[in-house]
Design a protein around this ligand. Structure first.
Ligand SMILES: [Zn+2]
Length: 394
């Protein structure tokens, strides 16, 4: 039941500013000065060397008093408390999260504890996490613990494409995999309650459509530009699609089966949202563990298209895009060539958990039906590869 409480309000939420460009970090003081003068900078040691040191220099030159909060690598309650205490002790008046998904999720949680504003400065374009008002919290051991929802989205999201282009192209491809699900899922959620607790607005529908349009137009070109270390208009467009359009699209549009089926390996380790049914499901199959979130969501998107009875020509469009950026579309490519029906049934059962987003689908859904869709997705991928003679790009 997509709308059990019979909600009638439409709701759209977002950061108040999104800034993106090839030297955005150098211009950070101009944007961040309205948030305060004494930020806590959550950053891990690797990102500190790549971008943190330079950012602190730029901020200090503009009169900011920066406290470096060394992020240890896990978005856990312990890390959040430690950084929150440090920020209180140093009298920080806002938070900056510089890095990947876990740093971003931790920074949002710390800002929520302190009741101050947060600016997110992502260093990869691999997920749609930067813009949303939620975090995924893990145990220190790395197991999934819970989702945390906040009253406010990050105030600013500032994306330096000169930094993003230095990340391995696989990160951009994973972001494309995550983003290509956005419109496929949102178009099934027109009557479902979104993450803000309201119905999708017209603008969230258009954002999801635009996201898809950009990926089909520029996805491959951006991936090749990333390999060459080149910030081109196509690269800028895809970074925006992966970060802003996918983020707004999923949060205010809604998720369906693609995120639910994510291979349920150990269920706790890879879960990112209650909606990740195909994706969440995949977290249960051992072998898929090393895959990035967006890689699992990409396969989940094919599962959803099969589940929804889309024609072969339509599914082929998505397969072509995914293969053009080396995203996995078969069990073999996912690293689970010998996966059994029993294992896939586990994936399907997790994808069909009571509060999973798969229930936004207007189809009859049960684990057996999802199991068949999983096998059907692998079959269409294999058939496409055999028919087109596709081979991995170098
Ligand atoms: Zn996602």
């Amino acid at each position: 039941m997509p709308n059990p409480q019979r909600v009638t309000e439409r709701l759209f939420q977002s950061p108040s500013k999104y800034i993106q460009g090839p030297a955005a970090l150098q211009n950070a003081p101009k944007y961040l000065s309205s948030l305060g003068r004494a930020p806590l900078l959550a950053v891990d040691n690797i990102v500190y060397d790549i971008a943190g040191k330079a950012l602190i220099g730029v901020l200090q030159n503009s009169g900011f008093k920066v406290t470096r909060g060394a992020f240890g690598g896990e978005a856990s309650g312990e890390e959040i408390s430690q950084l929150t205490n440090l920020a209180r002790e140093k009298k920080c008046d806002f938070v900056i999260g510089l890095g990947g998904g876990k740093t971003i999720d931790t920074a949002k949680a710390v800002a929520d504890q302190l009741k101050v504003q947060v600016a997110i400065l992502p260093t990869t374009a691999s997920t749609d996490a930067p813009c949303s008002a939620l975090s995924v919290i893990y145990r220190p051991s790395g197991e999934f613990e819970r989702y945390s929802f906040y009253d406010q989205n990050p105030t600013f999201v500032l994306v330096d494409t000169g930094v993003i282009v230095k990340a391995p192209p696989r990160f951009l491809a994973a972001g494309i995999g995550d983003a290509v699900a956005t419109n496929c899922e949102a178009r099934l959620c027109r009557n479902s309650v979104n993450f803000g607790g309201g119905l999708p607005t017209e603008v969230s529908v258009s954002i999801a459509q635009k996201c898809e349009e950009i990926l089909f137009k520029y996805g491959k070109q951006a991936y090749e530009a990333n390999k060459a270390g080149a910030v081109t208009p196509a690269f800028e467009a895809v970074v925006e699609a992966n970060t802003l359009l996918s983020g707004l699209g999923f949060e205010s549009g809604g998720l369906a089966a693609a995120h639910a089926v994510r291979l349920s390996l150990p269920p706790a380790t890879c879960a990112r949202s209650p909606l990740q049914q195909v994706h969440n499901g995949f977290t249960a199959v051992s072998g898929v563990h090393h895959l990035m979130h967006g890689e699992k969501v990409a396969f989940g998107t094919i599962v959803q298209l099969v589940l929804d009875g889309e024609p072969t020509a339509e599914i082929d469009r998505y397969l072509e895009l995914m293969l053009s950026v080396d995203l996995p579309v078969t069990f073999q490519q996912l690293g689970i060539p010998k996966v059994t029906d029993a294992e896939l049934l586990k994936v399907a059962e997790l994808a069909c958990a009571p509060n999973e987003t798969i229930w936004n689908m207007e189809r009859i859904i049960n684990p057996q039906i999802v199991l068949s869709a999983l096998k059907g997705a692998d079959a269409v991928g294999r058939a496409y590869i055999a028919r087109t003679g596709w081979s991995k790009s170098k």
